[in-house]
Design a protein around this ligand. Structure first.
Ligand SMILES: [Zn+2]
Length: 250
């Protein structure tokens, strides 16, 4: 009888272990959404994305298809080129891309665009959303920010919200960082992925303008590092979690 009870207990325990292992394996990663006006703006938080891709499921919301961004090409041709480039970068990050359908150089935060972003966010229930900083010379960036912020508010879900910068060529202004990420160990990978946006990287343009910005942000850190990325928080906006996403990838 004792033997039967012992075997029974062992079976129950073993099944419990199997169940918990199975649970760990199938437990879905939390989602992080990066909202970009153009299919290369992801460069502003690419170091973070590389470091976060194993811990979180990444999604990129592309507000436009980059239609005006390839000289000598029609809108349709440019969109096809740039969507393919964006998909190839996203693939390396294990990220899904969601296209909103606004037009590069003429994007607006229309009710339809807000609804599209809202539907995506409602489905993904992201832990954090990364937005363009609101003060930016590129109007598409501002429109993308406005539509995505309106969509976030509409969800009433209050994810973590951070602004990233496109500061290297002076597009983002009045940017006051609250968070820094040491991207020194992933800088080479960031460069490799930036070069996949070939149509935007003539003469290594993207790398040349991101490197000084990253050196500057690295030097600003309390314990300076070679390359850094900076992020701004929305002060006063509710933070429900004890740890933020930056602390979780350290
Ligand atoms: Zn842009």
């Amino acid at each position: 009888m004792k033997k039967i009870i012992a075997v029974g207990l062992w079976v129950v325990c073993f099944a419990g272990v199997l169940h918990s292992e199975n649970f760990t394996e199938t437990k879905a990663k939390e989602n992080i959404v990066i909202c970009s006006a153009h299919p290369d703006d992801l460069e502003g938080c690419l170091g973070f994305a590389i470091k976060a891709k194993n811990r979180f499921k990444l999604h990129v919301i592309d507000f436009t298809g980059g239609e005006r961004g390839v000289k000598g090409k029609t809108h349709e041709e440019a969109r096809a080129i740039r969507q393919a480039e964006e998909e190839s970068v996203a693939k390396e990050l294990g990220a899904d891309v969601h296209w909103v359908g606004q037009i590069d150089g003429g994007a607006f935060a229309t009710p339809e665009a807000v609804t599209k972003v809202y539907e995506i966010l409602k489905k993904l229930k992201p832990r954090a959303v990364f937005l363009h900083a609101p003060v930016d010379l590129h109007v598409d960036h501002v429109m993308c920010y406005a539509a995505c912020w309106a969509a976030i508010m509409k969800t009433k879900a209050y994810p973590e919200v951070y602004f990233y910068e496109e500061g290297g060529i002076g597009e983002t202004h009045n940017f006051h960082p609250h968070h820094y990420v040491d991207i020194t160990d992933v800088w080479d990978e960031k460069v490799r992925l930036m070069r996949k946006w070939k149509s935007q990287n003539k003469n290594d343009f993207l790398v040349r303008f991101k490197e000084p910005e990253s050196l500057f942000r690295g030097a600003q850190m309390v314990r300076p590092v070679k390359y850094g990325e900076a992020y701004e928080s929305l002060i006063g906006y509710p933070a429900k979690k004890k740890l933020n996403v930056f602390q979780e990838i350290e």
